[in-house]
Design a protein. Structure first.
Length: 217
């Protein structure tokens, strides 16, 4: 495992979000929730962008398949299905294929389906919503490893992401080392606070002015 990914895997979304705040960087995708498994995932991003099916040649290749084949073990597939059409960007066969390839999980700006199947495969899925509607005849993939938007976050292929029960946070590839350093410092500070609380220090003292100002730049 890449050393940067190994460091990211030890962090939750809150620590990474705090680090982004400390550095004045965007990255938190609001409204995307974990819908399959209870695992935290992290890794580098493989993107896919979906649009309405208008009969273009792209419709001959099922969405998600190119992204799965492009992914390396440990990558995270991130899809944008912002068409307004109620149709799943991800389903059960895709979950199985991605799981067999070693993909860490899938994050969808839009609907997904076959959640019970994903649970059965132990494959992590995060999405904005769920739907039984198939993509067939409704939406198609128009680009793999292209720029996309999740929430209001611009996401590029090769960016980093961490997702857990709290939410989804992206980090630009060029910012990852600075964000990891800042997040490690946040975690160390939080651990010291937990130790102080367990040691009997009053919470008003532990979470006093130093806590309130710890993310100021």
């Amino acid at each position: 495992m890449d050393a940067l990914i190994a460091r990211l895997a030890k962090l939750d979304t809150c620590a990474v979000s705090d680090a982004l705040d400390k550095l004045g960087l965007p990255g938190v995708a609001i409204g995307i929730h974990r819908v399959a498994t209870d695992r935290r995932i992290s890794g580098r991003v493989v993107t896919a962008k979906l649009e309405p099916d208008d009969g273009r040649p792209a419709a001959s290749r099922h969405l998600g398949t190119t992204a799965i084949e492009a992914a390396q073990p440990g990558d995270v597939i991130v899809m944008e299905q912002r068409t307004g059409i109620d149709a799943a960007a991800w389903g059960g066969n895709l979950s199985l294929a991605a799981q067999l390839r070693g993909v860490a999980g899938t994050i969808v700006e839009g609907p997904v389906r076959d959640i019970d199947e994903a649970h059965g495969y132990g494959y992590a899925v995060f999405a904005r919503s769920r739907t039984p509607y198939t993509a067939r005849g409704r939406i198609v993939e128009v680009g793999t490893n292209v720029p996309i938007v999740v929430g209001d976050v611009a996401v590029l292929p090769g960016d980093y992401v961490v997702a857990d029960g709290t939410g989804v946070v992206f980090v630009r590839a060029g910012d990852i080392e600075a964000v990891l350093d800042a997040a490690d410092a946040v975690v160390a500070r939080e651990r010291a606070m937990v130790a102080a609380l367990r040691g009997g220090t009053p919470v008003t003292q532990v979470m006093g002015i130093n806590y309130e100002t710890m993310l100021k730049r």
